[in-house]
Design a protein around this ligand. Structure first.
Ligand code: NOJ
Ligand code: CA
Length: 583
């Protein structure tokens, strides 16, 4: 193991912006690797696969909830916050995983699901039996009138008809923004906030590097509002951040707020709330732009995206463990997305599409590469969903969102090398549909093939890791005449100071070859070096820069040696300038 990559969690304040340069890999323990043959992935299994992840080049893993749970919402229904579900191992196993990840320079992000618990949590058992109005009852949100807070939307609209459910034990209705077995905690009760901070201390004390704050817009409820993004919620998050900053260094809070850019950006506060924040609206627009063969959806949403404050960064993704959500699009856009990407009813759930990346894109390798290239070059830290690096398929006939949560495909061996158990014992069946069968789509087969998607993803991630400008640079969109082409430049504020040349990214969103002319006069004299092949292209001169792109083709050019060749200093254009703030 290489010592130089070890994460030094004791270093004082030296690495607090680590998440800006990160490549995050999202995985669920149960789905990744089973070490004891019970059909369920576990902590030891993941520890044994860390070298695969280090080799892939990712720098952080995000673990879905691994706490005791009735598993009626994939573990997001937590029955005990302060221990590990014994099916996955012990707290000791978790500590060993954390240490082994840190030794490899990989950080670990876990889940802090504080909007709700499982109805099996002892707090809820206690609450429903405690007298009305007591602090114990008030750990949750109760009413005698289920018309309260009627302006709040129903999120799981395929499964729930109300945000209130009658509890015969308590003799009252309890509030839940998600499933009716997931009562919402009551943040108006100071004891709840104190209990949540205890949980945060428990995991950060062990050395966890970051916490994803699940369903964070819904912490407070107020009559006459949508009960989302309330000032009280932001105030509570600021208190949480202050608590964290007073005790730990180099840790990170990541907000899951499925909102429009303005509302989302509010979770950064003034740099005093969450460090990171998922950019939900850009995700469907990447798919829309490819479908429409037009750059407008991407540019429009980026123009509406506020620049994160100092010390903050967006997290971006193509797919995750949930449906491809279509909450942050117009109705017209939703229709377009459903028609294009979810032909069959089975592919749809709530307001989204429950499919993996490869099947969504018709298993078109060019489109898969193009979308990943956009994910890795637009502002924000990319999050890769496990299995998408090998182009895993899905199973839309499984319930809820399970179709995108099937076992990781390691090899063509029994159970895809995921488990030695009886195949019938696997927590979910493997993908055996012909096109995506685990016998051909698996890590082992693709590792041996330099032309495989996996090999290509390794290269993409390595390039991203090498070119810090992609994580930290400001963005400027070009406006070529050809609408099928998206082109932008990422630039460090002072290229010599940061030692990073600007990166010009050009993408053909259409299924046909395209020609484009770019105005690169700000980079006159620079030599574009195509970073995948290290080939030097014609230097930028006074005439428009001409490029020809293959169908769904793209280029990443490092614009090199401009200073030496022109003697000009870099001057950032403010027009259409977005993204990371120069620092
Ligand atoms: C968001 C999680 O990503 C999702 O999987 C879960 O169902 C909801 N929160 C409710 O817990
Ligand atoms: Ca196991």
């Amino acid at each position: 193991m290489n010592d130089t990559t070890t994460v030094d969690t004791t270093k004082s304040g030296s690495d607090q912006d680590w998440f800006k340069d990160a490549v995050i890999y999202e995985l669920h323990l149960r789905a990744f690797a089973d070490s004891n043959g019970d059909g369920l992935g576990d902590l030891v299994g993941l520890r044994h696969r860390l070298d695969y992840l280090a080799d892939l080049g990712i720098t952080a893993i995000w673990l879905l909830p691994f706490y005791p749970s009735p598993q009626r919402d994939n573990g997001y229904d937590i029955a005990d916050y302060r221990t590990v579900n014994p099916e996955y191992g012990s707290t000791q196993d978790f500590q060993e995983l954390l240490d082994a990840a840190h030794e490899r320079g990989i950080r670990v992000i876990t889940e802090l699901v504080i909007n709700h618990t499982s109805d099996q949590h002892p707090w809820f058992e206690r609450a429903r039996r405690a007298p009305k109005g007591s602090p114990e009852r008030d750990f949750y949100v109760w009413t005698d009138d289920p018309e309260d807070y009627s302006d709040a939307r129903i999120i799981f609209q395929d499964f729930e008809t109300s945000n209130w459910t009658w509890d015969p034990v308590a003799g009252q209705y309890f509030w839940h923004r998600f499933y009716s077995h997931q009562p919402d905690l009551n943040f108006d009760n100071p004891a709840v906030e104190a209990a949540v901070l205890d949980v945060l201390d428990f995991w950060l004390g062990m050395g966890v590097d970051g916490l994803r704050l699940d369903a964070v817009p819904y912490l407070y409820e107020r009559e006459g509002t949508t009960c989302e993004n309330l000032p009280e919620t932001h105030a509570a998050l600021k208190r949480m951040r202050a608590h964290m900053d007073s005790k730990y260094e180099n840790r990170m809070l990541l907000a899951e707020a499925n909102q429009w850019p303005e509302e989302s950006a509010a979770y950064f506060g003034d740099g005093d709330e969450c460090h990171m924040n998922f950019h939900f609206p850009v995700m469907p627009r990447l798919f829309m732009s490819v479908q429409m063969e037009n750059r407008t959806p991407i540019i429009d949403i980026m123009e509406q995206t506020p620049e994160p404050p100092e010390g903050c960064q967006w997290a971006t993704f193509l797919r995750n463990h949930d449906e491809l959500t279509l909450e942050m699009v117009t109705e017209e856009e939703r229709d377009l997305m459903l028609r294009a990407y979810a032909r069959d009813d089975e592919m749809r759930i709530n307001l989204g599409i429950r499919r993996r990346l490869a099947p969504l894109l018709g298993n078109d390798r060019r489109k898969i590469e193009l979308l990943n290239a956009l994910l890795f070059s637009l502002p924000g830290t990319p999050v890769v969903y496990y299995g998408d690096e090998i182009g895993m398929g899905d199973n839309v006939y499984l319930g809820d969102r399970d179709g995108v949560r099937t076992p990781m495909q390691w090899s063509a061996d029994r159970n895809a090398g995921f488990s030695t158990s009886n195949p019938h014992r696997l927590y979910l069946p493997l993908i055996t549909e012909q096109e995506y069968h685990y016998e051909s789509i698996n890590v082992e087969t693709q590792s041996e093939n330099p032309a495989s998607l996996l090999s290509w993803m390794r290269q993409l991630i390595a390039l991203r890791n090498r070119h810090t400008v992609l994580g930290r640079g400001a963005i400027e969109f070009h406006e070529p005449e050809n609408p099928h082409v998206l082109a932008f430049t990422r630039t460090m504020p002072d290229e010599t100071g940061a030692g990073q040349a600007p990166m010009l990214c050009v993408a053909n969103l259409s299924r046909l070859a395209q020609h484009v002319e770019l105005d690169l006069t700000d980079h006159m004299g620079a030599t574009p070096v195509e970073v995948f092949g290290q080939n030097r292209f014609a230097p930028v001169g006074e005439l428009p820069y001409q490029l020809t792109l293959a169908p769904y083709g793209f280029f990443w050019f490092s614009l090199e040696n401009r200073r030496e060749q022109t003697g000009r200093t870099f001057r950032a254009r403010s027009r259409r300038s977005h993204g990371a703030r120069p620092r």
